[in-house]
Ligand binder design. Structure first.
Ligand SMILES: [Zn+2]
Length: 311
């Protein structure tokens, strides 16, 4: 059986066509703020469709109403209150499921990824912002609809302006843009910095800085460590609330691995209350990589499963 999954985030759309649980085709599209969200999703579906698909799943970064299959709102995705499910179903003529992309990514990791066999799991995506999803006793937990949007918990009074319009959100200190901002501060303060020589003619982006850090540049390592520590402080707060067995870290920046996760794990261990009497949860990189959200959307749609029925 073939099913299509699409994951639309702040900067790109990823689509996969699954045969069983294997990726048979995939597509990556770069987005800008002017792009129509439903048209982008439809174009990505069309990229991988071959006429054999029996279901389509769509994961979207932001607030999604599972029941209505609508994208409600998100700071990184264009449009509000969009009837994504109805529009895509009308266009392609197969059943369509719509969910938050962190929920679909966690579903994929529970089914075929690093979270197989675990029951109490948090997924934290670290990329353009921070997203999240919660599994309690093996089932996705959504609250009313929107649980897991902890990128917007306030970690400092005042603080930096967030894309959501509030100040001091966790993702203003821990995200790709946060790392870029730190690197730009270095560029202004010290135009002769080794970091700028290492990055060269490339634009200053989060991935460029992490590559410089992994290549041994000390300034880049310090910046990545700062972001990793801010990330770990938030993980400690989440652990105080959920006490999960496992925290799965995904997203473009989270997937870079130890340069971010090493400092995050150390802060998590240090900041956990009662830390001498308990073990911090395992923190692991998502196994399914950048396609996890799309793969999970396809798996959910193929199984007619919203992650809360049969685990
Ligand atoms: Zn925010």
């Amino acid at each position: 059986m073939s099913a299509i999954g699409v994951d639309i985030g702040g900067t790109k759309t990823i689509a996969v066509r699954l045969e069983g649980s294997d990726v048979a085709a995939s597509s990556y599209r770069v987005l800008d703020r002017a792009t129509d969200t439903i048209a982008s999703i439809a174009a990505s579906v069309a990229d991988v469709a071959d006429g054999t698909e029996t279901a389509i799943g769509v994961g979207i970064a932001g607030l999604v109403s599972l029941q209505d299959r609508r994208f409600v709102w998100g700071p990184h995705v264009t449009g509000t209150d969009l009837p994504v499910g109805d529009a895509i179903e009308e266009r392609f003529g197969v059943p369509v499921l719509v969910d938050n992309d962190a929920n679909t990514a966690l579903y994929a990791e529970l089914e075929i990824g690093v979270a197989m066999g675990y029951r109490d799991v948090l997924l934290v995506t670290l990329g353009t912002g921070i997203g999240g999803a919660i599994a309690v006793d093996g089932e996705l937990y959504r609250g009313g609809s929107f649980a897991g949007e902890w990128g917007h918990i306030r970690i400092e009074v005042g603080g930096l302006l967030c894309d959501c319009g509030k100040r001091g959100c966790w993702e203003t200190r821990a995200s790709g843009p946060a790392l870029e901002r730190l690197a730009r501060e270095v560029a202004v303060a010290n135009p002769a910095s080794s970091l700028l020589r290492v990055i060269g003619d490339e634009p200053i982006t989060g991935p460029a800085v992490t590559r410089a850090a992994d290549g041994g540049d000390e300034t880049a390592r310090a910046l990545v460590t700062e972001v990793g520590r801010a990330f770990g402080q938030g993980l400690a707060d989440l652990t105080a609330i959920f006490d999960p067995e496992l925290i799965v870290v995904g997203g473009g920046l989270g997937s870079v691995g130890e340069s971010i996760l090493g400092p995050a794990r150390r802060v998590l261990a240090d900041a956990l209350h009662g830390g001498n009497h308990r073990i911090a949860p395992t923190v692991q990189v998502a196994r399914l990589g950048p396609e996890a959200g799309a793969i999970g959307a396809a798996l959910m749609a193929a199984g007619g499963d919203d992650g809360t029925r049969h685990r």
